[in-house]
Design a protein around this ligand. Sequence first.
Ligand code: 6PG
Length: 256
Amino acid sequence: MASDDYEIQIVANLDELSRRVAEEFISRTREAIQAKGFFTGVLSGGSTPKALYTLLANNRYLDQVSWSKIHVFWGDERCVPSTHPESNFRMASDSLLSKVPIPKENIHRMPAEQEDHDRAAQEYEHMLKTFFRLKTGEYPRFDLVLLGMGDDGHTASLFPGTAALKETKRLVVANYIEKLHTYRLTLTAPVINYASNIMFLISGEPKASILKEVVEGAYEPSRLPTQLIQPVEGRLIFLVDRTAASKLAKENPRTL
Ligand code: 6PG
């Protein structure tokens, strides 16, 4: 990684990873609500976070979150209807949001089902600018951004070799992913990097090789977009289970 300002926490398995992130989520919500009366969190898509979302809806954690003061956003979304099995919104809604007392108006879904993908990206960007009361050139400062990492090194929908990797002005773009033959909406790297807390949730042996390249290899963000994630002022934590961490150098100074 270009920046050395991150930590890697290695945990036994996905269950422990989910528990660790749930506790971090609760702490960050309390901190934000105490400081400014509300919390802004970006949810990740994919499959890894499903166990976390299910856990947060569990009685053990449910009452530890002031859901009425929680605002959720998405880091990226597939260009499908919100009811589609591939929808990141649907996964989070089924596993968490439909089970907790979060006000509907606090759920800021990406309108990725729209035919005009760029217009959808502009709409989401406008919503962010309004919600965060941004002036021109300003980025939103999310309290917590949750991210996954694909086995090709992508994160959110910042895929290797795609146009979105070079975007530094827009907050949200419609990114064409050649290998998937589809568009996806995604927050841009500068927006993610402006967050107060960024957490990667990385589980499973298929991620081991690419994680080693990302954290220990040369800085090649076009090939390894996860390397673009370097917080401006915030905290960056890689929460990794043992199988995904299995190829990291034992003496990696950042493993806790
Ligand atoms: C998505 C995600 C994507 C995901 C990674 C890891 O829309 O799929 O935003 O970036 O986090 O592909 O996915 P898994 O957790 O399923 O391995």
